[in-house]
Design a protein. Structure first.
Length: 400
């Protein structure tokens, strides 16, 4: 049975070159980078080289990169830290209804502590309105946080336009780029971003490593206290295997960015077209063109998403129904509800996200097994049977 992994937005397999780099810093350059002897200096060299590689992907300066444990910590640091750093200037914050829970829950925490939050709605394709964003700004607005690419439906937000407005208004602007870093072009200067979140395990690096880009001159308080590591923003001995692995992964995706974008877009479009041509009663979720190259999100009417996932897994295909961070929840995706889907249709959604190891043969295999699975599951659905019966009755009455 063929094995096809289509859940790269949840996590990616660690690149073989990244594994080699990690092993070197586990077995050879294993010192503490804060130590001044030769063993420590070797580790320090690897730490700073990784910082340079991670910064280069987004056009940042190495000293503007703070290493963290991943996207959630970086989002919390940027949003909560940024809000408290500027609370003397105001208490109004802006985000969107379709953010990752690491962002939404940070804002909910701030609301409990006296801050006012505006949650911008999105249209049926998952896009915010730039005009509506501009109108939501108040004199008391101090921070805006917005994801670059939606982790579920792949829609790319107009970050450059939003960044131009926040820069004009002097508002702190944070972008969650966990799903865009290393996958589409990201330039912090072109986008006018003050802080940006990225995560290693989304780009074929190890889990437990990420970063927060903080533009020079932006000040946020530290959550933890202790040593002087990471300019005292994140004290504690650095996770060297995770950081150098992140650095190597960043170097590789930076080199392959343009070719991978082109290749994955072609595979994505082939998969989407094949599903549309062979399966009825579906809905493509997210913007058709302003979309992450490897993201396909589709709702199948009259089917439960969990049954669809389990059936695909039995055929060797690994996919998801949404964010991996909420896979244990029985509630429908807040993102799908925000773009206007009913609970019933949202529950029948499938997210397939492609990566560097996927091939045309993988797509052909999915297009072979998926229609068979959908047909079988719908044959057991009372709602689908009722729909078929109604259609047959209409045809009979038309003939009569």
């Amino acid at each position: 049975m063929r094995k096809v992994y289509l859940d790269h937005s949840a996590t990616t397999p660690v690149h073989s070159e990244v594994v080699k780099t990690i092993n070197y810093y586990l077995t050879e350059a294993w010192g503490n980078p804060s130590s001044i002897h030769s063993v420590g200096r070797r580790a320090k060299k690897g730490l700073e080289e990784a910082r340079e590689k991670v910064a280069a992907v987004i056009g940042a300066k190495p000293e503007e990169i703070t290493f963290t444990s991943g996207g959630t910590e970086s989002d919390n640091m940027a949003i909560i830290g940024g809000a408290y750093a500027r609370q003397k200037k105001g208490n109004h914050l802006i985000t969107t209804q379709v953010e990752h829970h690491a962002v939404l829950d940070s804002f909910k925490n701030l609301e409990k502590n006296g801050f006012e939050v505006t949650y911008l709605p999105v249209d049926e394709e998952g896009l915010i309105s730039v005009d509506e964003f501009r109108e939501s700004i108040k004199d008391s607005t101090i921070l805006v946080s917005m994801m670059h690419v939606n982790n579920e439906i792949g829609t790319i937000q107009p970050i450059e336009e939003v960044g131009a407005i926040t820069k004009e208004k002097g508002i702190l602007f944070h972008v969650d780029a966990v799903q865009s870093y290393g996958k589409i072009p990201v330039d912090v200067n072109k986008l006018n971003v003050d802080m940006l979140t990225a995560s290693s395990h989304k780009i074929y690096g190890p889990k437990g490593s990420g970063c927060l880009y903080i533009r020079k001159g932006v000040r946020i308080p530290s959550f933890t206290h202790g040593g002087a590591q990471e300019k005292k923003r994140r004290p504690g001995t650095e996770n060297m295997p995770g950081i150098v692995g992140f650095g190597k992964a960043a170097e590789i995706v930076g080199q392959e960015l343009e070719s991978e974008m082109k290749r994955l877009t072609a595979l994505r479009d082939k998969l989407t077209k094949g599903i549309e041509e062979n399966i009825s009663d579906i809905r493509i979720n997210g913007h058709r063109t302003k979309r992450l190259p490897g993201n396909v999100n589709i709702s199948f009417r009259y089917i439960e998403g969990e049954s669809l996932l389990l059936s695909l897994d039995m055929k060797g295909v690994a996919a998801s129904s949404g964010s991996a961070c909420t896979s244990g929840s029985l509630d429908p995706s807040h993102v799908l509800l925000a773009i206007g889907l009913s609970h019933e249709i949202a529950h029948g959604s499938l997210r397939m996200t492609l990566g560097r190891d996927n091939t045309e043969e993988d797509i052909d295999y999915v297009l072979k097994v998926l229609p068979e699975i959908v047909t079988r599951l719908r044959s057991m659905s009372p709602l689908y049977q009722r729909k078929e019966a109604c259609q047959q009755k209409e045809c009979y009455e038309h003939v009569q």
